[in-house]
Design a protein around this ligand. Structure first.
Ligand code: NVA
Length: 307
């Protein structure tokens, strides 16, 4: 399969996503078979925002594939401020075989991809988190035999994570319900685009702000009510009040008949999810998702970089 970059879920085909999931499973099953796949290759990782899972899973995943990862933190400030984004891209392309970037604005990812002569991987921006969504569909495909029969709901703030899940679900043909408080839903142009994918794949894509319309679900996913970069202490009290009915807890799971709860982490316990549900060993797959970040990203790197 050929892939130039890994930037946004809506740029991927169903065949590409399924092939990445298959490859991730294969690397996870026999990592030793891939231990030299990135030998002699280096990956530059730019982080404008904090990270635990993304940083560690890329670094250790690249190491497992025999490659070398270099972490570039925030010491150089926001991309495009000290140097133009095109200059970052051109300079890093002199040394690195790929660029991984976590940025504030999707435009920065697009700028890097436009100017770099090496593949660029989006490690989260304001609009997408495709590495997370790939790991999550890998996780769902491990939990359920037939992905096409899964009903997945995302409850909470319409954000980068919900956008990526929405697109991947719609492309893969997975029924997806997005339940967000009024004024916190997805960008309407993105929703419309995802509706187009859902129509083509034959899946049901539902968007509502009405908690009673959650319906029957297999898995319920949630994420922080305030994303990195959007923190405004003066709005915190309002957000907590507005989002409280959208908390994912045992009661919501039971009503929906859901047996799996998902979270990309970091979790804000007792806000978007209860501690009891997050820690529920029967239902919570949060650490399986976290581990799968490494295998999913390894599949992306092998696809982009293997000779
Ligand atoms: N929506 C969250 C995801 C963190 C992995 C954020 O952007 O902060």
């Amino acid at each position: 399969m050929s892939l130039q970059n890994f930037l946004a879920d809506d740029q991927l085909t169903k065949a590409q996503i399924l092939s990445l999931i298959d490859l991730a499973k294969s690397i996870k099953a026999t990592p030793k078979d891939y231990s030299q796949t990135l030998a002699g290759k280096s990956v530059a990782m730019i982080f404008e925002k904090p990270s635990l899972r993304t940083h560690v899973s890329f670094d250790m995943g690249i190491n497992k594939l025999g490659g070398h990862a270099l972490y570039l933190g925030q010491q150089n400030g926001k991309l495009g401020e000290r140097e133009r984004i095109s200059d970052y891209a051109n300079n890093l392309s002199c040394y690195a075989d790929a660029i991984v970037a976590r940025v504030f604005e999707n435009q920065a990812i697009e700028g890097l991809a436009e100017h770099a002569s090496v593949p660029v991987i989006n490690a989260l921006c304001d609009v997408y988190h495709p590495c997370q969504a790939l790991a999550d569909f890998l996780t769902l495909s491990e939990v359920y035999d037939d992905l096409s029969k899964v009903k997945l709901a995302y409850v909470g703030d319409g954000n980068n994570v919900s956008n990526s899940l929405m697109f991947m679900a719609a492309i893969l043909g997975v029924d997806f319900t997005l339940l967000c408080p009024e004024g916190h839903g997805p960008d309407m142009a993105l929703l419309e685009k995802a509706q187009g994918f859902a129509k083509a794949s034959g899946s049901q894509l539902t968007f509502t702000s009405n908690v009673s319309e959650l319906g029957e679900q297999n898995a319920i996913y949630t994420d922080t009510w305030v994303s990195m970069g959007d923190e405004d202490p003066s709005k915190k009290a309002d957000i907590l009040k507005k989002f409280t009915p959208y908390q994912v807890n045992h009661e919501m799971m039971e009503k929906a008949g859901a047996n799996v709860v998902m979270h990309c982490q970091p979790a804000h316990l007792e806000e978007e999810i209860t501690t009891a549900l997050f820690d529920d060993k029967e239902k919570s797959v949060v650490f399986q998702e976290a581990e799968n970040r490494m295998w999913a990203q390894a599949a992306v790197l092998v696809t982009l970089l293997a000779d």
